[in-house]
Design a protein around this ligand. Sequence first.
Ligand code: NAG
Ligand code: NAG
Ligand code: NAG
Length: 418
Amino acid sequence: MALVRACLCLFAVLVFVDGSAVRVVVQEGSDAILPCSPSTKEDLTYKLFEWKKDGQKEVFFYDAGIHYNNGRSGQDEQFRGRVSFFPDQLTSGNASITITNTKTVDSGEYSCVFPRLHPGQRYTVQLVVNQVLKDRSEENIPGVTPRPVIVTLNQTKDWALLQCEVNGASPQPDVEWQDSSGNRVGSEQPQVSEREGRFYISLQTTVTKTDHYSCVSTQNISHQIRAETYVFLSDKVFESGSGVSISGIIVGLLLVAVLVALLVATKFGSIKLCWNRELEMEQELQRERELEMEQKLLRERELEEMKQELLRECELEMEQKLLRERKLEDRQEPRKECELEEMKQKIWREGKMKTMNLDPWRERKLEEKRREIRKECKEEEMKQKIWREDGLLQLLDSPETPAEKQNGYSTGNSKEAV
Ligand SMILES: *[C@@H]1O[C@H](CO)[C@@H](O)[C@H](O)[C@H]1NC(C)=O
Ligand SMILES: *[C@@H]1O[C@H](CO)[C@@H](O)[C@H](O)[C@H]1NC(C)=O
Ligand SMILES: *[C@@H]1O[C@H](CO)[C@@H](O)[C@H](O)[C@H]1NC(C)=O
């Protein structure tokens, strides 16, 4: 059993070290995380590790907190500003890095090395960056889909000879000329040549109208890239006629201009009238809205006042109720006094007993006295109870205060009863 486990373990390490198991595939332009965690799983904060591409290019270097992103020099230009590590993961022995905005040239074999660990460790990650169809004219790699280049070969008053060149595209694009409304413009047969799987296309056209012209290069229908030029050709009307006809045309144009001016003026007049009417209507509407607003405010104020009044009434009622309750409580006061008296007696008794060393006769006397007081208290309590209930009943019958005063309430004072 142990042997099998050992074998399995060895196999897993081999697969990892072999590198074929760690393969990272990303789309061009996205970020790639290259994993690396040495088997010792020790805290790497004060250790050294190094990432290289294809065994030579310096990708990332970390030495006890010093690295390429905080001052250390030596990083390969290709990776400058694009590689980061995970500082909070170092303690758990994670030396993975992220390469942002990957390019196809980033594809290759990356090694993560710990030269100072014992035993020294080395891991390999295969990065594959898949190419995405897009405009690569800004990139310096020989064009996959380069932007077309437009050249005006010859131009007279009546026409212009334009040439479009697409150099080194792959796969072969469809190249055509379009005018500003996107219509195809007739052209010569394209000149196509191919070198090392890349296509070089040249397409000429002769245009006779002033317009913006585009050369559009299309790959797989959906992927298009275009270049635009503006061609200005002078108006033929002025060249073809004699001097007399030109002056005639000028007079005609002037007449037209005057007519147009008149038309515009009257139109503006009516527009202005229209505007005035609209303005008046708008103002009227505004006035109405304001009136409505005022009425609404008034109603709200009335409502508020009503609410306040109701509240005041409610408060008054509450106060009266409280007053009634207070009176009921007042009747309980004798009982409290009685209890207080008993308490005093007790304290006095205990004090006396302490000083007099418990004289039995005195003790008996005191006990008698106590019983008496207690009896009185009991009686008082009984009376209180009856009064309280009486009072409640009367309160319920007639909540007026004067009537309450007359029903013998004042006799409920304890001093009178005792
Ligand atoms: C290392 O950290 C990265 C980033 O948080 C994470 O994606 C990766 O899974 C970690 N590796 C291990 C072995 O924990
Ligand atoms: C431009 O076209 C005119 C008329 O066809 C021709 O005479 C002239 O040589 C051309 N110029 C160039 C540079 O090709
Ligand atoms: C684009 O064109 C190439 C070459 O003609 C072809 O191999 C590829 O399958 C096409 N791709 C799509 C998405 O049409």
